[in-house]
Ligand binder design. Sequence first.
Ligand code: ADP
Ligand code: MG
Length: 348
Amino acid sequence: MMIKKKFTPISDLGEFGLINKITGKFNTQHKSTLKGIGDDAAVLSLNKDLSQLLTTDMLVEGIHFDLTYCPLKHIGYKSIVVNASDICSMNGTPTHVLISIAVPNKYSVESIADIYDGIRMACTNYGIDLIGGDTTATSNNLVVSITMVGQAKPSEITYRSGAKVNDLLVVSGDLGASYLGLQILEREKMIYEQNQTTQPVLDGYSLLLERQLKPEARFDIIRDLQEFNITPSSMIDVSDGLSSECRHIARESNVGISIYEEKIPISDAAVKTAEELNLDPLVCALHGGEDYELLFTVPVKYFDKIKEIGSVSVIGHVTKKKEGVRLVSGSGELLDLEKNSWDSFIKK
Ligand code: ADP
Ligand code: MG
């Protein structure tokens, strides 16, 4: 009798479940590996005054960008920004980058050069040297894989694991705009596909579109925090959505997190567009993702200082682990946030 081997669909585990499954049996073997898997960047000890940060991210056509509405220059620019944002969230400075591309033959030389124009612009803006990479062909979709190197003083590195009970939870900028920008682009694409004589209506959405197509890493916030002499106890960048990032900090720090619904910063433009699209602005802010804002915790003694920094909001606090990650509504109702967020493997 044939014994049928049971295969598990990846969607059963999701992205983080898959990462845990494939990396779980690895142990680090070098003393210099201060942090391996599990944070926004790996941390390697160079000497007692300097550590190296390493992070890698891949952008895949059809998953992370759609050529119908993503200008190639922006794809290049964003591919640098998403990695720089991971270095930023470790409280570090990006220095070098390696870029590998897999190019299908539907692309012209000029298109690839456009992507690299965007890459060059971002490298100039963020002070990063391109030092290598790899170029190969592929059958279907364009893949851009970026590995970024940065540096930081060991004592200043902000891990996901440092949050302490009673710390304040703080986020920069506002949330949900990038997701809503993407919804507008998708809506216009659908209309265009149904009737190719129409022109996309993008006027009035420029703020949201810019957040989706040309985000920036928040090094300005890092500088503000340094000016006020504040080192966050933990930090992460918001790539997968506020609730997912809170779960990462909570898990790595062995704590719970309460977010106050009314304190979550959502721009007027995001609220207006969410209403137009029949979406709940709060859901967009909690689960939307790709905001590339910084989410961090600080000891409560910094409350007054934090208020003086312009574009950050105190949105919650760190609790005991048993309280879990939850949203506290204006009327005091509690919503469990242990599940639901952007995951490229989970079917929507
Ligand atoms: P981020 O969203 O900040 O880029 P990820 O959620 O992609 O981080 O990754 C979480 C952690 O898992 C990181 O430390 C990353 O380096 C690691 N990781 C992700 N995929 C793999 C993989 N295929 N093999 C080994 N480590 C991985
Ligand atoms: Mg990150």
